[in-house]
Design a protein around this ligand. Structure first.
Ligand SMILES: [Zn+2]
Length: 229
């Protein structure tokens, strides 16, 4: 990927970070300082972002290893401020394969959340959900909830996000592949509009960027399916 630098290789798959990710970290640090946080508190914030980053890399590797089971190699994994992308050599046309590959990513975050729940002592007098959401629950619990949010967010039926792929795969078992892709991409565009509206209403500026990705990546994939089926 242009503008990305390799930070490592896992099982032959290059892990790259786009320059905008480093910019986001620097901006976040500056924002903490602007808010009057101590350097220590700002570094804790950065540490949480890096921990989430690690969970997203594992999520993408989940897709990659599932794809490998079907003989599909991953070209690379690139991390952006709004998330990661595992570039598979091809998207399988077999609905069951697409379903398994799409679910493998969120399944990793679910597993991480389960491990962190045990580590964080959930159910053993741990902090309440409200405490954690208020940011007072400590790093382990925050990370656990972020992983659960990642599962929920990725499972939105916003093709070509994971939930949208699951949706397309399920449709493709009932109707032909082109029609399934058209329906999934239409629902994806509706979801993208919802993300922009919700993002602006809640000042969550990452959402409109995700929406732009959903629309452009979705259109690209629809065009590819129409050309090749
Ligand atoms: Zn995913």
């Amino acid at each position: 990927m242009k503008g990305s630098s390799r930070i490592g290789t896992v099982s032959g798959i290059g892990i790259f970070v786009h320059w905008t990710f480093w910019l986001m970290l620097a901006a976040l640090f500056g924002y903490y300082m602007y808010l009057g946080a101590t350097v220590g508190a700002a570094l804790m914030g950065i540490l949480l972002v890096l921990a989430v980053f690690g969970c997203v890399v594992l999520h993408e590797l989940g897709h990659s290893f599932a794809a490998r089971r079907y003989g599909i190699p991953t070209l690379d994994i690139t991390m952006y401020p709004i998330g990661g992308i595992a570039r598979l050599q091809r998207i399988p046309r077999e609905p069951k394969q697409e379903l398994v590959i799409a679910l493998a990513g969120p399944a990793v975050n679910l597993a991480i959340a389960a491990v962190l729940a045990v580590l964080g002592g959930v159910g053993q007098g741990a902090d309440s959900l409200a405490t954690v959401l208020a940011g007072d629950g400590g790093l382990v619990e925050m990370l656990m909830y972020v992983n659960l949010v990642l599962v929920g967010f990725n499972m939105l039926p916003a093709f070509p996000m994971d939930g949208g792929r699951v949706f397309r795969a399920l449709l493709a078992t009932r109707t032909d592949y082109r029609r399934a892709t058209h329906i999934a991409s239409f629902v994806g565009i509706l979801m993208a509009i919802g993300m922009v509206v919700y993002g602006i209403a809640t000042f969550n500026l990452a959402l409109p960027f995700v929406a732009v990705f959903v629309v452009f990546a979705g259109r690209q994939e629809v065009a590819h399916v129409m050309e090749t089926t």
